[in-house]
Write a protein of this length. Sequence first.
Length: 101
Amino acid sequence: MPTYLIDANLPYRFSLWQGPQYVHVFDLNDSWTDLQIWDHARRHNLTIVSKDADFSALAMASDPPPRVVHLRIGNLKFRTCTGYCRLSGPKCSGSVGRTAW
């Protein structure tokens, strides 16, 4: 059962997110709005992982679930983005009380 919902603004073909703990928005419905993604994550108790600041704003205005991991990394090349996620993943997963990235 998935624990993390990976937003459409993050790489789909990233090996770190290919296990059973992860579901990517592209696997569900890539035309969903942020509110539809939020609602799905809330109903299924998923933690949203995104570069989109809108999810952080929604998280501040409501009670969990869902939780949000906001990656404030800007527009990076794929290699740089994946390197950042590999280094930051375990720290982020600990802060949301889930198993390691």
